[in-house]
Write a protein that binds this ligand. Structure first.
Ligand SMILES: [Zn+2]
Length: 451
């Protein structure tokens, strides 16, 4: 599955302002980063000749630009890329359940393998162009489940992104499809065994507590344990999830999941909007990874997650987009900061924490789940870098990058994933963008007809 056509023996980024380990404020001015075998092998300044002696190197000139580690999106739905601008005459949701029933579950039932592939390809490409080099996809296509993850992974790989895929198991389309979903996650995970060098990982996708019966949840858990994969599921996104869990299982959502045994360091617990103190303790004690998706939460009017409280309890929280476009995870960081402040009526709230969530926690989560160190420009880390144009109206130095990221606008010029140059001059360097977007528009138009 590893892409090879864009691979170079050695890739070097030279010049510019290199923010190496952002949370430690490491900066190298007019230096260089050498990537060998997909990983960062050396960072330095001065003469490069010695480093490159005898090697065939591709050199990216970053003079006058800013060099950053690639960003991470811990939760998205790539198929939602094909929903942009969709017209559904009778769609006027009054609550979260109607958002799912009226749009997303109608759309996912209409997906074909071709839709899966093209949505993954174009969604990944848009993410790369926004500086996201690693993404965690959560996929649903109930009428083409078997091998759907191959289509998603192929689309992601075609444009050179790094990430993880999973199929969202649910009983909402019947137990047979729930079983097929479990099988698909295990099947895909097994295809990766022994496949050293793949940039795509596997997880056990689960929709959410309120569409998962106890037998299905337990079968998914047993299958995931056998396959050695973690879980990726929506948790207490809306009150509907909490009410269902209390009514059917006499406990709240996080408690139910903890009791079944699916909360661990390998779990992505998406949203966690409606969690109480006891559940926050479960999340902390299990070391599960909470993924905050503020733009989605605001758009679906489900509430504002208690990120401040979770942070203070030591819960590890990263950021996800939940398929909300445009696919810039920076926009989620901004929305997260603003909604945090309004929720706590505190104009100073969340500044440091939001930076940590985006630039430290999300990469830590990705590194654990993908077994590859990402998110820093440091020796031994994956060669995932962004070179961005940025001409600030104020000084940019080692201590104020975060202020520039939140209030400024970086224009992504070059993106490198595992040493491969996948975006150059703001455009894909591995696929013909015009043809890709033309095809995606045609596929989307047909999908909308069927939805
Ligand atoms: Zn989601």
């Amino acid at each position: 599955m590893e892409r090879a056509k864009a691979r170079k023996q050695v890739t070097v980024v030279k010049g510019g302002t290199i923010f190496t380990t952002k949370t430690k404020r490491g900066v190298v001015e007019d230096g260089w980063v050498v990537i060998k075998g997909g990983k960062i092998s050396k960072i330095g300044t001065g003469d490069l000749k010695k480093e490159l002696k005898g090697l065939k190197a591709t050199i990216i000139d970053a003079a006058g630009k800013v060099v950053l580690p690639g960003l991470v999106n811990c939760h998205t739905h790539l198929y939602s890329t094909l929903a942009r601008g969709i017209r559904l005459a009778d769609y006027a949701p009054r609550n979260f359940g109607q958002c799912l029933e009226g749009l997303w579950w109608r759309l996912d039932r209409a997906l074909t393998y071709e839709d899966c592939y093209w949505s993954a390809l174009v969604g990944s490409l848009l993410s790369l162009k926004a500086g996201v080099t690693t993404l965690f996809d959560h996929h649903s296509s109930p009428y083409c489940i078997d091998r759907s993850l191959d289509s998603i992974a192929a689309g992601m790989s075609e444009v050179g992104t790094r990430g993880s895929v999973c199929y969202e198991v649910s009983d909402r389309d019947g137990q047979d499809r729930a079983s097929l979903g479990i099988y698909e996650n295990v099947r895909f995970a097994n295809t990766l065994k022994g496949g050293a060098g793949s940039r795509i990982g596997a997880m056990m996708g689960l929709h959410a507590s309120f569409t998962l019966s106890q037998p299905t949840l337990m079968r998914a858990r047993d299958a995931a344990e056998d396959a050695g994969i973690g879980y990726h599921l929506h948790v207490a996104e809306d009150k509907i999830d909490v009410k269902d869990s209390q009514k059917r299982y006499r406990r709240r959502v996080v408690t139910r999941l903890a009791d079944v045994g699916i909360l661990s360091t390998k779990t992505l617990a998406i949203h966690c909007v409606h969690v109480n103190d006891s559940e926050i303790r479960h999340l902390h004690d299990s070391a599960a990874n909470v993924v905050h998706c503020p733009r989605s939460n605001l758009s679906n009017a489900v509430g504002i997650a208690p990120v401040g409280k979770m942070f203070r309890h030591g819960v590890r929280i990263g950021f996800g987009s939940d398929g909300f476009g445009p696919p810039s995870i920076m926009d989620d960081a901004r929305a997260g900061l603003l909604s945090w402040r309004i929720a706590e009526s505190n104009p100073a709230a969340g500044w440091v924490e939001t930076e940590l969530m985006l630039l430290k926690n999300s990469p830590i989560i990705a590194s654990m789940l993908l077994d590859t160190k990402v998110g820093e420009i440091a020796e031994g880390y994956a060669g995932d870098l962004i070179v961005a144009s940025y001409d600030p109206p104020t000084p940019l130095d080692r201590d104020n990058l975060w202020g520039h990221l939140i209030f400024g606008s970086f224009k992504v010029d070059t993106v490198i994933v595992g040493g491969d140059i996948v975006v150059e001059g703001g455009r894909s360097s591995v696929v013909d963008e015009e043809k890709v977007f033309e095809k995606a528009r045609a596929v989307a138009a047909e999908l909308w007809e069927r939805t």
